[in-house]
Design a protein. Structure first.
Length: 277
């Protein structure tokens, strides 16, 4: 069967918000911004997944109390990385000190090596007992997630979508299939994210993130996104993991489809798929 070709979307725009400015004013503004302290990391607005089986994303705006509700999010993935986070206390419950700790007790920005927040101890994620199925009942005590940094059409902001454990496998499989079979870098793909409402074995409804290909960026814009990706890759590790990344929607269960390597997204590579790390 012939593979469906992706169409180049000529009217898709990657913008910074400074395009319409006078060149002299723009140069002065950029120079003065360099005078300010560099906080590091990536300044991004969050795309939140609703709990309880909601069908629309909540997209952060300049007013944090008034998010934009979107049933679909279409854009280009500028950068992505997997990560792990372990909280000793259950999600939403207070710890021994009576406080709800948003920061994980142990976290990994690459899904390979984790660092204990209190002791500085480094653990290998693949062999860590908290990263094994059954360590938290049916699922893992350590939560495997993936961050996606996205730019939407004609919007200067970076948006951060954290894919939860319940959606990692499907999102990674979709990306690997496009990259492996059609040989398209993810930073050139225009993709659309949606939410499907599903139930787990305990009849708990939750929202599962799905991804489908929409089109291709023009060649000139791809050069821009490729450069942005390189810049983000140098600074992403300074963006702290908190409970805002992980919202417990449904407990994960081990299935025959999930391999023993500790990551749902590792999976079996078929039909020319590329490993998506």
């Amino acid at each position: 069967m012939a593979k469906a070709e992706l169409t180049t979307v000529e009217n898709f725009k990657i913008v910074t918000g400074m395009e319409a400015m006078d060149e002299e004013l723009r140069a002065e503004l950029e120079d003065e911004l360099d005078d300010l302290d560099d906080d590091g990391g990536i300044d991004a607005k969050h795309i939140k997944i609703p709990s309880g089986g909601g069908k629309a994303f909540e997209v952060e705006t300049d007013d944090p109390d008034d998010p934009e509700v979107m049933k679909e999010v279409t854009g280009v993935i500028i950068f992505t990385h997997r990560m792990n986070a372990y909280w000793a206390q259950k999600f939403g419950e207070a710890g021994e000190d009576g406080n709800i700790n948003k920061n994980p007790d142990c976290s990994s920005m690459d899904g390979k090596q984790g660092i204990n927040r209190e002791t500085g101890e480094i653990r290998t994620c693949d062999t860590c007992p908290y990263n094994q199925f059954g360590s938290d009942g049916k699922g893992k005590a350590c939560k495997n997630m993936r961050r996606l940094y996205i730019m939407m059409d004609n919007r200067p902001d970076i948006y951060l979508l954290t894919v939860p454990p319940t959606s990692i496998k499907d999102v990674n499989k979709a990306l690997k299939k496009i990259m492996g079979q059609q040989h398209i870098p993810y930073s050139r793909m225009i993709v659309t994210f949606k939410l499907n409402v599903v139930e787990n074995a305990d009849k708990i409804k939750y929202s599962k993130v799905t991804l489908e290909k929409t089109g291709l960026l023009p060649e000139a814009l791809y050069k821009t996104t490729a450069e942005l990706r390189k810049a983000m890759k140098q600074s992403y590790e300074s963006v702290a993991i908190t409970t805002d990344d992980y919202k417990e929607a449904a407990p994960m269960e081990a299935t025959p489809e999930v391999g023993p390597d500790g990551f749902m997204q590792a999976g079996d590579i078929q039909d020319g798929e590329l490993p998506f790390d």
